[in-house]
Design a protein around this ligand. Sequence first.
Ligand code: PLP
Length: 387
Amino acid sequence: MKLAKRVESLPPYLFAEISKKIAAKRAAGIDVVTFAIGDPDIPTPPHILAELHRAADVPANHRYPESEGLPELNQAISDFYQRRFEVRFEPMKETLALIGSKEGIGHVALCFIDPGDIALVPDPGYPVYEIGTMFAGGTSYRLDCTRETGWLPNFDAIPADVAEKAKVLWLNYPNNPTGATADIGFFQRAVAFAKKYDVAILHDNPYCDTAYDGYQPPSIFEVDGARDVAIEFNSFSKMYNMTGWRIGMAVGNRTMIDALMRVKSNIDSGIPQAIQRMAIEAVNGPQDCIAENNAIYQRRRDRMVAGLRKIGLEVDTPKASLYVWAKLPAGVTSADFAAKVIEDTAVVVTPGRGYGLNGEGYIRLSVTTPDDRVEEGMRRLEAWGGM
Ligand SMILES: Cc1ncc(COP(=O)(O)O)c(C=O)c1O
């Protein structure tokens, strides 16, 4: 059997080593506390589930959905952006439902990247930006983001010949894995860069409503002219505890939205309609779960930041996202640290190296672990004392 090069060039699974260790601990009957994945532990709100139950009984929802999605969902997505960011999108032309935002993020490279083309991707960053580029035959040019730059790329540092050749620029604020945020001034600079070099901006914004201490993350569409060059991916996953239902959205430039819709309509057959109904209910129903979740995550964040500082790690308290990003002592690699922590304490953290070269020397912990488990995990780390 001859597999395609794109499969063979996939990076090794980030958690392979750690997964083995977790399995060994569990097989030995040891209780493992995991901070690994950004997957809300809080259930989907009851009114959204009630809509699923109702929609499941409607025979029309048993059939193939339309690729473009239910018009009521496009309207709901448009209403969400209007309410949250005061920007208006024409529902059928400037919004698109996705099978989880990851699906659109993975496929969008097919709209822009021909073999040999360049995508500008942040390092560290969500790995799908680079993988999607590779699947389309393109090359990723990594934009260095470091603690010193606030984990933001410096557009002036991109060589002109790279910028001329680049087709897309990936951005993601609030950021996974660093928890960094970006202000409107940053997005203005990004839009100016994109216009100068005729580059499409793909902004990934699933944490726009996962924020703390009263902070309200912006949308790139709060910048004048962003609609000429950008689309934004967003998600029902984190806002409404709906990761398991797989539904997300893209909004923005109509040519870009249309291209993504055309690619998708040749690959998938849309989102199960009962799940689309859940998303419509999520937007139109009570919004209490967002503030409730954030209060819970903020409490956990504070406990985790305090615990990590106690064991000698440097942590900037994140204003948004589901992640606490901690700097390890000099000379300790993130893989070694994660392996030692699980070995000694049966606590799982994610090595930053899995998100890019600039993630080396950092670990990521997710706040989506129940309160009592956060307490247990932090007590174990504090008793252990660090490396
Ligand atoms: C930055 C980023 N983008 C996209 C996603 C995917 O979210 P979804 O559940 O909508 O596919 C995640 C999930 O963790 C993420 O962290």
